[in-house]
Design a protein around this ligand. Structure first.
Ligand code: FAD
Length: 317
């Protein structure tokens, strides 16, 4: 079932989870071990992130280096299919522009369609680790909206190959990313909002937010979206804070602020176990307030911390 239909049919706030594919070399069992306890909450769907290849340098026997491209976390499409099969749950693969040609993307979409997966979260992706800023793949897309147009085409039976006449139509429900604290490359929040509105007008049926730790930022973002004429559901993305290091890592990597009250509490902690307690309490309070305010879904980035998410969701049921 499509994400948008889950939301339309819901009588109360839904719960959904997000996972990363395991590092190459690990088995699908690591995903099941991660998700097994969380399935008690009957998530409406599970998102699986998508990862581009990274350029690495491998030392050869003669001491010189060879440049290789490594996809450390392959398997998004297959994991989505495996989760549907294993848990009978809907899945939402992420698709990104960065690192992929339009043909590779089309083939991934065809695989998803054949597997009966009709949801995608459509994203641009970040710059490759060896790039200063995002560069589109030769033969790929520059912005998420360009990838959306390819998917919309496929939804009307238009494939990249012009020879294909009366092509089978896919039926993807597209979600896109939104940034309560602005996407870091956008010149200002108003221009970022214009681009977000363009994505909605191009067919995005819902927005999923970047993580935030201050609910006021989410509520303001929703108000700003509504004022800009964006009417689609806006799903809050929530992440547990569990280590002291995250006080600097999260702002650097995700371009978000951490509230003073939370930061001061974390600074008082002597161990990461104590930080995890503070982070769990914070996430619980965030979740309760969001639910009280009638958000459509509480979407948890479970990444590496299913126990914290379990303890929070258990208390808001
Ligand atoms: P876009 O919507 O394309 O926007 C990118 C930037 O360009 C923004 O600054 C925007 O304002 C600007 N812009 C948009 N359109 C135009 C235009 N026409 N002209 C000029 N500027 C424009 N990354 C992954 O690699 N894998 C994942 O699985 C993944 N999952 C994510 C899930 C969520 C919920 C979120 C919030 C992010 C995720 N990301 C993921 C990270 C994401 O790829 C990055 O944040 C990326 O930098 C931007 O992606 P986007 O889809 O928002 O890009």
């Amino acid at each position: 079932m499509k994400v948008i239909d889950h939301i339309r049919q819901a009588k109360d706030t839904l719960v959904s989870f997000e996972i990363l594919p395991p590092l190459k070399g690990k088995t699908i069992q690591s995903i099941y071990d991660h998700l097994d306890p969380l399935m008690e909450f009957k998530p409406s769907w599970i998102n699986v992130t998508y990862h581009r290849a990274e350029t690495m340098f491998k030392k050869k026997l003669d001491g010189s280096f060879s440049k290789i491209e490594v996809r450390k976390r392959p398997g998004t499409v297959a994991i989505c299919a495996a989760l549907r099969n294993h848990y009978n749950v809907d899945t939402v693969p992420h698709l990104i522009c960065g690192g992929f040609t339009k043909e590779e993307t089309e083939n991934a979409l065809i695989d998803l369609n054949f597997l009966g997966i009709d949801n995608v979260l459509v994203l641009r992706g970040d710059a490759a680790k060896n790039e200063a800023s995002f560069e589109p793949h030769p033969g790929g897309h520059r912005y998420a909206i360009d990838l959306m147009r390819q998917i919309s085409n496929l939804n009307t039976g238009i494939y990249l190959e012009e020879d294909i006449q009366n092509g089978g139509k896919t039926n993807f429900c597209m979600g896109v990313a939104g940034y309560p604290e602005k996407h870091f490359e956008a010149p200002n929040p108003e221009i970022d909002m214009e681009y977000l509105k363009n994505k909605v007008e191009a067919g995005a049926e819902y927005i999923m937010t970047q993580m935030f730790f201050d609910n006021k930022k989410y509520f303001k973002f929703v108000d700003d979206c509504r004022a800009a004429g964006i009417e689609v559901p806006i799903i809050p993305g929530l992440k547990p804070l569990t280590t002291r290091k995250q006080l600097t890592v999260l702002p650097r990597v995700f371009h978000i602020d951490l509230p003073t009250e939370l930061s001061l509490e974390v600074m008082k902690c002597k161990t990461d176990a104590e930080v995890e307690e503070v982070g769990t309490e914070w996430l619980l309070n965030q979740s309760r307030e969001l639910k009280k305010n009638g958000v459509p879904v509480l979407h948890y980035y479970t990444i590496g911390k299913p126990k914290v998410v379990y303890n929070v969701v258990k208390q808001i049921q």
